[in-house]
Design a protein around this ligand. Structure first.
Ligand SMILES: [Zn+2]
Length: 191
């Protein structure tokens, strides 16, 4: 710590003080401003790095069918996801709410006579008050998702079909009818 002369009143004051004790003159400290600037830059860079890392390790969009395998029985499904409300001894299906590309759809798991998975449908219906432009965007997102996973699809009677390498079929079906129920998206999985 050294003594300097106050530029206002001329008294000897410490160079560490932020203002003169006699006249109240604010002593400029350009080196402190530099330190603050460096801190701000450092904090900003740290935030950017954290955001990048979080994005890298965040779980990516998953298929609504991902947690199911063709070998699963009704019992396996119940163990993993619980029984759906609609299920009873006679029921051939279970329903669950499953989110996909930001839409919460109804996932229906159908069983055959041997109580094995017969097919799974994920269905989303646009409510009449929802924005149609968001809907189209999400349709494109779904197409992009399945194309990335299973390659270029084929089109047939308004359905887009992806087939994976072991011959299982993903059928993506879009019903753009603008009726009271709104347009819907159905993705069917057949093991
Ligand atoms: Zn002074």
């Amino acid at each position: 710590m050294a003594l300097i002369e106050c530029p206002e009143c001329g008294k000897q004051i410490s160079d560490a003080s932020s203002k003169c004790p006699s006249c109240g003159y604010k002593i400029p400290h350009p080196e402190r401003v530099e330190v603050i600037k460096k801190c701000v830059i450092f904090v900003f860079a740290a935030i950017v790095i954290v955001v990048i890392l979080v994005n890298m390790f965040m779980p990516k969009t998953r298929s609504p069918f991902e947690k199911f395998s063709p070998q699963m029985t009704k019992e396996d499904v119940h163990k993993k996801f619980g029984k759906s409300n609609l299920n009873d001894i006679e029921c051939r299906f279970d329903t669950y709410n499953v989110s996909f590309v930001g839409l919460t759809g109804k996932l229906t798991v159908w069983y055959n006579d041997e109580e094995k998975i017969d097919g799974i449908w994920w269905q989303y219906t646009l409510e009449y008050y929802e924005d149609i432009s968001d809907y189209s965007k999400q349709v494109d997102e779904i197409k992009e998702f399945f194309t990335k996973e299973y390659g270029e699809p084929s089109e047939s009677y308004g359905k887009t079909i992806w087939e994976d390498s072991v011959g299982q079929e993903y059928i993506y079906e879009l019903e753009p009818a603008l009726d009271i129920f709104g347009p819907s998206i159905t993705i069917k999985y057949r093991p």
